[in-house]
Structure formats: C-alpha cells, structure tokens
Design a protein around this ligand. Structure first.
Ligand SMILES: Nc1nc2c(ncn2[C@@H]2O[C@H](COP(=O)(O)OP(=O)(O)OP(=O)(O)O)[C@@H](O)[C@H]2O)c(=O)[nH]1
Ligand SMILES: [Mg+2]
Length: 334
C-alpha cells in the first residue's frame, strides 16, 4: 500500500534519492527532506507548480466543505476574492494569521474594519489570529463549529502563510493527537494534501499557492529568512523630503520624487536593513525595474511579500524592485 509522508504529504519511496518522498526505510513516517528539516533545520528547495495546487483547490471546491483561507496579515494581497474562483461551493472563512507581527496597538477591529470595507460579504466569516502565539484560536474553534458540515475541514492559502503551523497548534491545544506536520520559514514546505485526524473530524493541510508576484521569489534565501521574522514589527518612520530615497537591503529602493515633506513608516521584519539617502547622489539599485506610484492622502505602498510603507501626504514615488514583484497602493490599513 502507498504510504505518504506525515510531514509534507508526499508519497514515500525508497528507490531514488534524488526524487521527492525518498526515505531509506519505508517503515518511517517522514521523508528524508522533512526529517532533515525537522532535526537539522536543513531546507531543500522544491519548486512546485501552481497548476497542481489549483487542481487540489478545484477538487476541494466541488464539495460543500468548510475551508480556512489562511492569509499572512502583513501581506494581504489585492485580490483576496480570487480564491473563490477555485472554491466554488466552499464555505470560506478568512483567517488572517501572524497578528503577533503587527504592533500591539493595532486592534482586531481596525483590520477587520478594513476587510469589511473592501471585501464585505465575500467570506462566510473573518477572523484575526496568531497561530504562533495561540491568539484567538478559541474563537476560531467556535467559528469552525458554527459552519462545520462535513468530515473534512480544509486549510488553504499562499505558501508560508502559516497553514501547517495552525494545524499543529490546533492539534496541540484541542486534541490529544500527536501528528506534527512539517513547518519552515521557507516556501513550499508542504508538498501534497495531508489528512490529519482531529477530534471528530479531519484537518486537511495543503501545499499552498506560490504567489509569483511576491518578492520572496526574487531574493536570496538568507533574505527570505530575514523577512520571515517571529517578532512584533517595530515600525520605522522616516521624514522624507523630495529627492530623498530609502534603500532596503539589496532588493528595494523607494525614491520620493514629488510632494511636500512626507512621513514614510515601514512595516516589515525588524531584521531588514533600511537606509535613508540623498537619492540624487546615488544610483544604487536603479538597475531594478522602476514602478511609478502616485500617492493620495493616507495610503500604504504595498510591496507584495515584503510588507508596506504607510505614507501621509500626496506625492509621487518611484519604487525600484524586481520587475515581477507587485507594488500597489491602498487606503492605510493602520
Ligand atoms: N510571526 C508569526 N509567524 C508565523 C505564524 N504562523 C506561522 N508563522 C511562520 O511562518 C512560516 C511558515 O509557516 P508554515 O506553517 O510552514 O507555513 P505554510 O503555510 O504551511 O507553508 P507551505 O507549507 O510552504 O505552504 C514559519 O516560519 C512559521 O514559524 C504566526 O502566527 N506568527
Ligand atoms: Mg505547510
């Protein structure tokens, strides 16, 4: 009988060490990749195609099941409702995760108010949680109870949004199960569906969509690790005059090219280095693709996968970043 890795869901095999799912002992529960990740923190990159994942989603969407759509609150995308094109019949609960990364002063109501304003009626329910810090998990359990109508509850979302972490926390806190799915700070950790028995139903972990517009596809592994912080973000505010620029590590440059003296508050991992410079004198990072952004009053510049920059006044910026990274503005989230 086929056996599947309990960490990432891939089919186990002992014939080819270079292929997914390899183990030297088929009686074990984990593939070599999960074993090494779990015990030595060694990560092997796997490139997953979104087509396979979309097939998984479409199959889930055929049933009338409850789906937890896990979204990293720091990286709320522009088109949250896109998931509905695959999950036609699902009851989707939007689960905004990693609340612990937002400054403590930011209330749930503030974020949920924003979601209500732009996505009213799109989801069955919305909830803000922190899987890491066990925040609002009781409330999530109640919400699941309210909508649950099938044996399986599916957990979907972009890779790295914290789906597997959430499943482990629910199991740890609310059942006496022992199965631990694999988690890591790198994308594409979970490789296939994993059915995890939980109370009187199953939680189904899934691999996650690779967001091709996210910056994490275009920066080095050490920068991805820096971005994936577990700490509360300390917002960094810069007073910026026209002509000044922010240089962010080696992957992002923001030039303020038009407008009155403005305030730029950067919400990203505290590990990320930011410098303010006189932009006119330095050409650094201008080889990246230039995106022109017009700012209205109280808007965020969102750089997909990186975080966002809250601004106050009208103006114009040039954002230099890899050409495939999505940059957009929205009404200030905070
Ligand atoms: N700060 C913070 N980090 C979290 C939280 N939940 C998960 N993470 C981190 O996010 C990263 C990804 O977590 P995973 O659980 O592997 O994410 P996933 O959605 O299962 O990822 P894939 O399997 O690759 O699709 C890890 O570094 C986690 O520690 C949270 O509530 N807060
Ligand atoms: Mg996972």
């Amino acid at each position: 009988m086929d056996k599947y890795c309990k960490g990432c869901g891939v089919k186990l095999q002992d014939s080819n060490i270079n292929l997914e799912g390899y183990t030297n002992d088929l009686s074990k529960d984990l593939c070599r990749r999960c074993f090494r990740l779990k015990h030595y923190g060694e990560y092997e990159i796997v490139t997953k195609s979104n087509e396979d994942y979309i097939e998984i989603l479409k199959n889930i969407g055929k049933k009338k099941a409850v789906v937890l759509y896990v979204v990293d609150v720091i990286s709320i995308s522009r088109d949250l409702e896109e998931i509905k094109t695959y999950l036609k019949n699902s009851k989707i609960i939007l689960v905004l995760n990693k609340k612990d990364m937002l400054p403590l002063s930011v209330t749930d109501d503030k974020i949920l108010g924003y979601i209500k304003e732009f996505y009213d009626g799109v989801f069955e329910d919305e909830i803000l949680i922190s899987a890491n810090k066990n925040y609002n998990l009781d409330k999530l359990m109640k919400t699941i109870g309210k909508y649950k109508n099938t044996k399986n509850i599916y957990v979907v979302g972009n890779t790295n949004s914290g789906k597997s972490t959430l499943i482990n926390k629910l199991i740890e806190n609310y059942s006496n199960g022992t199965q631990e799915v694999t988690i890591s700070s790198m994308p594409s950790t979970t490789l296939d569906e994993i059915i995890v028995p939980f109370k009187n139903f199953n939680l189904v972990d899934t691999p996650g969509l690779v967001d091709s517009k996210s910056i994490i596809n275009y920066i080095s592994d050490d920068k991805i690790k820096k971005l994936s912080s577990q700490k509360e973000i300390k917002p960094r505010t810069y007073q910026i005059r026209k002509g000044q620029s922010l240089i962010i590590e080696d992957f992002l440059r923001i030039d303020y090219v038009e407008g009155e003296r403005n305030s730029f508050t950067v919400f990203t991992s505290n590990n990320i280095k930011i410098k303010r410079i006189n932009g006119k004198r330095h050409e650094i990072l201008k080889n990246l693709s230039q995106k022109e952004i017009d700012l209205k009053y109280h808007e965020d510049i969102v750089i997909n996968g990186f975080g966002f920059v809250k601004t106050i006044l009208e103006g114009k910026v040039y954002v230099y970043v890899d050409k495939d990274v999505e940059v957009f503005t929205r009404k200030s989230l905070i």
